[in-house]
Write a protein that binds this ligand. Structure first.
Ligand SMILES: Cc1ncc(C[n+]2csc(CCOP(=O)(O)OP(=O)(O)O)c2C)c(N)n1
Ligand SMILES: [Mg+2]
Length: 332
């Protein structure tokens, strides 16, 4: 399915929202306003936007430690997301999850996950459950090149295959697991080659091209929704900032400045803006307006989140365990 002007505009806006969210979160973290680690998604925006625009609203996703971009692209409310990062009671998890554990069931976001690879089997379970319930929604699991070395990845792929689970595995191959280059952590170049080992299809796409990601995802989703089993989509992409935080290269010289610059030269937002202009979908002036509007949205969301009340110690034990009536021992 090729991208209509409306789809191109949608991809563009979602990518800008992600970039601005991440840059602002990075600044707030660097100046000490936000607690904890932040794994920023800047550079990878085309993947989240391309996949999410190709999904239906009721489709479900599982995310990762680098998950803000997925949730923003799935329609995450910016105020509730910033509130979660700030540890406010108005956050998606009442301020108890933080950056790596945002969960928004109403958006079909079954959780980001600080455990590398942890979301992959959850997506398979969700996909199986949807089919069991007679729903034709699918589940998408995002994960990185590093996560594809984790046991849970392999078990989840095998199980999805034998169950013909309606799940799309999306590998964001940004070529690093923390500070280890891909060629040093695995002996394959394309993670999607691993799909064949479990008996399903693996495809690759340029993860710096949102339209290409949208098209490849649309095709894959149509097949997965038919119930013929999983597909793995590998997006070739790159993170601009360090593994965590907003510094570019970090303290340890694990990647060259020239490498970062080469990827930035292929920036996905610049690329879609060039398309929008050449195809006469948006003028430069309109593009500037989109940026200004989204900047305003981010500023308002941050101001609201900052003014929101912090998570209350009284809520510490709520939403933590589910205790059924029959097994209620009174212990929570
Ligand atoms: C089970 C587990 N092992 C190790 C870690 C520490 N860790 C956090 S992120 C990360 C690298 C993950 O790499 P990748 O899956 O490629 O994701 P990326 O950070 O590149 O987005 C590691 C090893 C963890 N959080 N969980
Ligand atoms: Mg990686």
């Amino acid at each position: 399915m090729s991208a209509t002007p409306a789809v191109l505009r949608d991809l563009h806006t979602r990518m800008i929202r992600i970039r601005l969210f991440e840059e602002e979160a990075g600044r707030l973290s660097a100046n000490g306003s936000l607690p904890g680690f932040l794994h920023l998604y800047v550079g990878q925006e085309a993947v989240a936007a391309g996949v999410m625009v190709a999904l239906r609203e009721d489709d479900q996703i599982t995310s990762t430690h680098r998950g803000h971009g997925h949730i923003v692209a799935k329609g995450g409310d910016l105020r509730r997301m910033f509130a979660e990062l700030y540890g406010r009671s108005t956050g998606y998890c009442k301020g108890k999850g933080g950056s790596m554990h945002i969960c928004a069931m109403e958006l079909g976001v079954l959780g980001a996950n600080g455990i590398v690879g942890g979301g992959i089997p959850i997506a398979v379970g969700a996909a199986f459950a949807s089919r069991y319930l007679g729903l034709d929604r699918i589940a998408v699991s995002f994960f990185g090149d590093g996560a594809s070395n984790i046991g849970a990845f392999h078990e989840a792929c095998n199980m999805a295959a034998v169950l013909d689970a309606p799940v799309l595995f999306v590998c964001e191959n940004n070529h690093y697991g923390e500070y280890t280059a891909q060629h040093r952590h695995q002996r394959i170049t394309h993670v999607s080659d691993r799909a064949a080992g479990y008996g399903f299809k693996g495809v690759r796409v340029d993860g710096m091209d949102a339209e290409a990601v949208y098209e490849a995802t649309s095709e894959a989703v149509a097949e997965v929704r038919k119930g013929k089993g999983p597909i793995m989509l590998e997006a070739d992409t790159y993170r601009y900032f360090d593994h965590h935080g907003i510094k570019g290269l970090g303290r340890i010289p694990y990647r060259a400045a020239e490498e970062v610059e080469q990827w930035k030269a292929r920036d996905a937002i610049d690329a879609i803006e060039a398309k929008l202009v050449t195809r006469k979908v948006l003028s430069r002036k309109k593009i500037d307006e989109v940026w200004a509007e989204q900047r305003q949205n981010i500023a308002e969301a941050v101001a609201q989140a900052e003014a929101d009340p912090p998570a209350s110690p009284d809520d510490l034990l709520t939403d933590v365990y589910t205790v059924s009536a029959s097994s209620n021992t009174g212990a929570v």
